[in-house]
Design a protein around this ligand. Structure first.
Ligand SMILES: Cc1cc2nc3c(=O)[nH]c(=O)nc-3n(C[C@H](O)[C@H](O)[C@H](O)COP(=O)(O)OP(=O)(O)OC[C@H]3O[C@@H](n4cnc5c(N)ncnc54)[C@H](O)[C@@H]3O)c2cc1C
Length: 453
């Protein structure tokens, strides 16, 4: 007999699981089809493993900084085996929320199989056996895969995905990281702090090219002071073999040898993981970034929704929000509209970087008039106490409504939250200034920047 559900979710990453839980809460029958492990790349490849690695090197840096209080100088060495144990522990804790048992409690059925659309239904395959399942609505949440487009990769090339670096129990002497976006920069920081030498190769002329110029420049200088990271900018990797990288710089070419102790890591972003899913047979359209959806995350086929990294390269919080939005669009009469306005971008280093809303590059490109105020951390008491480097920059429209902000500071990821609320609810700088902040906190820099708008 054909199994039927109100909703079938294909892909049990953070986007699909959030969608399934939301559907079940509304009292509808729902199943998640997952071919590997529930939790997807959030739990096993990127977010949780990178958080463990970065927290370890950040904690070590904090411990070393107590020397200024007279503590005796000690060299702290982190153990990769210890990090691996911690990753397993953290994944176990998170599994209590996202694992099979948690899904059973939430009344979400779990089908361990690979799925694809065939004849208007879903065909599932497990260990060679096939059967069909069907639903009134489908949510596609199959995530992303490593983007290798534009790079010719020889069969002799040995390449790591970012997940392999975060899972490594031995780090190579030299890492050649291709791509200096958020992920590449976080990996470079981690590997350098763990003792590897890093060659960080970026096609654009600065680190973090999707952020404004001063941000890329700041971390370029930061890496130069820190040592161990050599940034190769304005160089596009065209070919990778077992022995060398072929770089293009405008019309000229350059060869970078890969020594015996070096490992190449691709941090070139993600592309949608939708090959062989049969979406074309269902009339679902696919664009440059992934599955094409409207504001309620419905595809060109009214019975199929798509969420998470198969739609676009999104952060985990946005993937979850997409899952929830798609599910509510299906189960409630007043379908919500997907908005990414309050989702900050965060670079998890010391000092951290956080941004909300538009970049200045984007505002200039769209010819939107804006006001800007910048406060250096050295202008506030807390910054002087801690000798901290960094800044708070607030962007506002001509009516002084906050439309964006970028912060480089020790607690940037927390400081950005009030500004995120201001962007989402279109508050003016004056309105946000009415919220008090503790004296001598980093947030004084935010206040000062708002006052200067
Ligand atoms: C290098 C890197 C670093 C990142 N770091 C951060 C970070 O620090 N903070 C942050 O917020 N976000 C980060 N992200 C983004 C975050 O990982 C993603 O937003 C999130 O994991 C996307 O979840 P998803 O459910 O869309 O996809 P996935 O987690 O990829 O889940 C998709 C699931 O679908 C399954 N599947 C695929 N095809 C089928 C099929 N045909 N049948 C059955 N199952 C199938 C897969 O096995 C997988 O489990 C990072 C991403 C990358 C690439």
């Amino acid at each position: 007999m054909l199994d039927r559900y109100d909703v079938l979710v294909i892909g049990g990453g953070i986007a699909g699981l959030t969608a399934a839980k939301t559907v079940a809460t509304a009292g509808k029958t729902v199943a998640v089809i997952e071919e590997k492990r529930l939790g997807g790349s959030y739990l096993f490849d990127y977010d949780v493993p990178s958080e463990v690695g970065l927290n370890a090197v950040k904690s070590a840096a904090a411990l070393e900084s107590i020397q200024k209080f007279g503590a005796k100088k000690r060299t702290l060495s982190l153990s990769l085996a210890g990090l691996a144990r911690e990753r397993v522990e953290v994944a176990k804790n998170v599994d209590d929320y996202w694992g099979e048992e948690a899904m059973r409690r939430a009344k979400v059925a779990v089908i361990g199989a690979k799925a694809r659309f065939v004849d208007g239904e879903v065909e599932i395959t497990k260990t060679g056996k096939m059967r069909h399942v069907a639903a009134s609505r489908y949510i596609v949440a199959t995530g992303g895969k490593l983007n290798t487009s534009g790079i010719k990769i020889d069969a002799s090339a040995k390449i790591w995905a970012p997940s392999e670096l975060w899972a490594a129990t031995r780090l190579p002497k030299t890492l050649m990281i291709i791509g200096a976006g958020m992920s590449g920069v976080e990996m470079a920081y981690y590997a350098a702090k763990m003792g590897s030498r890093v060659v960080l190769i970026e096609r654009e002329s600065r680190l973090l090219p999707h952020e404004d110029e001063e941000v890329g420049r700041f971390y370029g200088l930061h890496f130069a002071k820190m040592g161990r990271v050599n940034a190769v900018l304005g160089a596009e990797v065209a070919e990778i073999s077992g022995r060398e990288l072929l770089l293009k710089r405008g019309n000229s070419k350059q060869v970078l040898p890969i020594t015996g102790t070096a490992q190449v890591v691709l941090a070139t972003g993600q592309q949608p993981n939708i090959d062989g899913l049969g979406l074309e047979t269902m009339g679902v359209r696919v664009g440059q970034h992934g599955v094409v959806v409207d504001q309620s995350l419905m595809t060109a086929n009214r019975r199929i929704y798509a969420v998470g990294n198969c739609v676009d390269n999104v952060s985990a919080d946005l993937a979850m929000l997409m899952g929830k939005t798609a599910a509510l669009s299906i189960v409630s009469r007043h379908a919500p509209i997907m908005s990414s306005a309050a989702s900050p971008k965060v670079l998890n280093l010391v000092p951290a970087y956080a941004r909300i809303g538009a970049t200045e590059d984007e505002l200039r490109r769209k010819k939107i008039e804006y006001k800007k105020s910048v406060v250096l951390l050295s202008e506030i008491p807390r910054g002087r106490i801690d000798s901290a480097e960094g800044f708070v920059c607030v962007l506002a429209d001509t009516k002084s409504r906050v439309i964006g902000a970028k912060i480089i500071a020790p607690e940037a990821e927390s400081m950005i939250l009030a500004l995120a609320a201001a962007v989402k609810y279109q508050m003016t700088a004056d309105e946000l200034l009415r919220v008090p902040v503790p004296l001598d906190s980093w947030n004084e820099a935010v206040r000062l920047a708002l006052a200067k708008i």
